[in-house]
Design a protein around this ligand. Structure first.
Ligand SMILES: Cc1cc2nc3c(=O)[nH]c(=O)nc-3n(C[C@H](O)[C@H](O)[C@H](O)COP(=O)(O)O)c2cc1C
Length: 397
């Protein structure tokens, strides 16, 4: 699919950008909300088909508070309240949401393959829309990064039978992730179809679109990188073959819900969840070119090591920005001024905040006012219950 019918990308011309930057000299000490409104980070835009009220994005955050006993169902009152509180974001990306039972890698993460899960998500998307925000479902298959205790006793799958050096967290505690089973050629189309069905379910559940989780060492990333993919068939070996699974998922999801509602998250240089690549530039460079041809709404780049250092060697993010005509959402270690600058200079169209949104339900207001920020408490990231979930204070009580 080409770009023929697509609205112009969200990026303005360089001249326009400069003029707007000069009109908006917000400094870090300026507390005036009305001046903040002149800063591009806080202005509305469009990402693909989705109109957003500002360019502050809530990054996907697994919180392990779905109803596991009932079938990994989201949408409890507490879950609804958590997302409602953060609906000052221009765009919310949901916590990672498995497309099938075998795609699950952590306790109490929600799914989007059953009708009960879709009904649960409806409560969340409705609350977010009522509060004036937009929300995408992050579609997730963890591949080899799991344990039979989390997958109903089924052995995890991956591109190749290569065991990652890492632990899974199960009800029995920390356990080494086992060796996965290599997916057979004729099984791959079935997984692609799980992503397609999950995307259809996401629209049914009231989401504005989806983010395909292609980052952080999970299944799509496992196919992309030679640290997990040693296949000798058409899904492994050459750069073209390693991109095949990712692009088949994108094509299936685009065919189901339209390119303007589809984005993908990539972390080209993050060696997380036991996954490495000998040379990320060729494979991710090609992937970005192919994604551009498909006219998807955005690529969400984790710049550097997810949640860690931002040093960017191994992949040219600026070149990717130029090669891709959809929106560029930037993430990883952004603070207020860095985010303002990234959007003002046109390096990114929007910035996603993870830990800061987790800890600051009213993050957009705080950024506008340059108010102090709560720090996230890692001890309650995945702890069941409301503490560290819906009790972070807002400025206005
Ligand atoms: C508690 C927690 C849960 C996370 N869950 C996800 C997830 O489900 N999907 C994902 O792509 N990234 C996930 N991440 C990574 C964040 O989206 C983000 O990339 C990371 O925190 C770096 O951004 P930050 O510096 O703004 O926090 C998670 C991070 C944290 C701290």
């Amino acid at each position: 699919m080409g770009h023929g019918n697509r609205p112009m990308p969200v990026r303005p011309s360089p001249g326009q950008e400069k003029a707007e930057a000069m009109n908006a000299p917000l400094t870090q000490t300026d507390p005036d909300i009305s001046r903040a409104e002149a800063v591009k980070l806080f202005q509305p835009t469009r990402i693909g088909d989705i109109e957003i009220a500002n360019r502050v994005v809530m990054a996907p955050l697994t919180r392990s508070r779905a109803d596991e006993a009932a079938g990994d169902i989201p949408g409890s009152e507490m879950n609804v309240e958590y997302y409602r509180q953060r609906s000052n974001a221009g765009l919310i990306i949901s916590e990672g949401t498995q497309v099938s039972p075998l795609g699950k890698g952590y306790m109490a993460t929600p799914g989007i393959y059953s009708d009960a899960q879709v009904d649960g998500w409806k409560r969340i998307t409705h609350a977010v829309h009522q509060a004036g925000s937009k929300i995408l479902a992050q579609l997730w298959h963890v591949g080899r990064v799991t344990h039979p205790e989390l997958t109903g006793g089924v052995q995890p799958v991956g591109p190749s039978a290569i065991q990652p050096e890492m632990d899974a967290y199960t009800h029995s505690g920390k356990v080494q992730v086992p060796q996965p089973r290599a997916l057979a050629m004729d099984e791959i189309a079935g997984i692609v179809d799980e992503f397609r069905r999950a995307a259809a379910n996401a629209i049914r559940a009231g989401f504005d679109g989806v983010e395909i989780h292609g980052a952080n060492g999970y299944l799509i990333d496992q196919f992309l990188r030679d640290g997990a993919n040693q296949r000798a068939d058409r899904y492994g070996g050459s750069v073209e073959n390693r991109c095949r699974f990712a692009l088949e998922v994108v094509d299936a999801v685009v065919a189901e819900i339209g390119a303007g509602r589809v984005g993908i998250r990539l972390s080209p240089v993050a060696p997380v969840n036991g996954l490495t690549d000998s040379n990320p530039q060729p494979v991710f460079g090609r992937l970005v070119e192919e994604l551009d041809k498909r006219g998807i709404a955005f690529i969400h780049f984790v710049e550097g090591v997810t949640g860690g250092p931002r040093e960017l060697s191994g992949f040219d993010f600026a070149a990717a920005r130029k090669a891709f005509r959809g929106a560029y959402i930037a993430n990883n270690g952004y603070g207020r001024q860095m985010a303002i600058d990234a959007v003002e200079t046109g390096r990114a169209d929007a910035v996603a905040f993870g830990r800061l949104f987790l800890a600051n339900p009213d993050l957009v207001q705080r950024l506008k006012k340059d108010a102090p920020l709560n720090q996230a408490d890692a001890k309650t990231y995945y702890k069941p219950g409301p503490v560290g979930y819906i009790d972070y204070p807002s400025l206005e009580g």
